[in-house]
Design a protein around this ligand. Sequence first.
Ligand code: IDP
Ligand code: MG
Length: 149
Amino acid sequence: MERTFLAIKPDGVQRGLVGEIIGRFEAKGFTLVGMKLMTASRELAEQHYGVHKERPFFAGLVDFITSGPLVAMVWEGDGVVASARKIIGATNPLNSEPGTIRGDLAVNVGRNIIHGSDAVETANEEIRLWFKEEELSSWTPCLTPWIVE
Ligand code: IDP
Ligand code: MG
């Protein structure tokens, strides 16, 4: 089953939006298979955002993402990687459509409250980076037959 890595960034945690954000993925019908509140080390943040290391915002991004607790999560479901990106919205919240998490809850690209993996392969790498296998639970919600035929 397809899985994606999502993280409610320190701004989302500080703003008290954890429940609101998780609720959107629950209500959609995806399955939560891993979750932890943690403060990321610089090493972890630099690895996670390694693809951006030459960008001018990289140092500030690492400072920000390590500045306090975030909520790291793994969600499961058919098509969850691309669907979660749509639910999250465009990177710059001023361009994110209303109805998306960033479109509804954020205004600044450096404070866009949530991360979501951008492809299945990236998702698998990010899940391995952030979680140990034993931290993930494979389970079938009892509502599944009412959500997936
Ligand atoms: P994504 O989070 O929508 O996948 P990416 O382009 O992968 O967006 O950028 C990773 C993160 O880096 C963004 O979510 C945002 O927090 C930050 N970021 C991207 N572009 C900028 C920028 O121009 N200024 C400040 N931060 C940026
Ligand atoms: Mg990205």
